[in-house]
Design a protein. Structure first.
Length: 91
């Protein structure tokens, strides 16, 4: 959190991101399975993991831009939206 130079009101997103990661890390206490796998009985998909506070680009809506406008805005990655494949970003 300190290295990303984000304001303090983003601490809640840092904690939620940490919990998201901890639920997808295997543990020796539960037979080298991750808590997500024990709860839902399917392996968790870790292909979309990102670093908290890293640079990312969010696509802009097509009907709000013209030919010369940028297709994406620079943003900061804050975490994952629960229950969907969406990301939470801030610009």
């Amino acid at each position: 959190m300190f290295q990303s130079n984000l304001p303090k009101f983003f601490w809640s997103y840092a904690i939620m991101h940490d919990v998201h990661l901890l639920n997808r890390v295997p543990s020796s206490v539960i037979s080298n399975k991750c808590p997500y796998e024990k709860l839902y009985t399917i392996a968790s998909d870790i292909s979309n993991l990102c670093i908290f506070g890293c640079l990312c680009f969010a696509s802009t809506i097509e009907n709000n831009r013209n030919k010369h406008d940028p297709r994406a805005k620079r943003c900061i990655f804050l975490g994952f939206k629960a229950g969907t494949k969406c990301y939470i970003v801030s610009h």
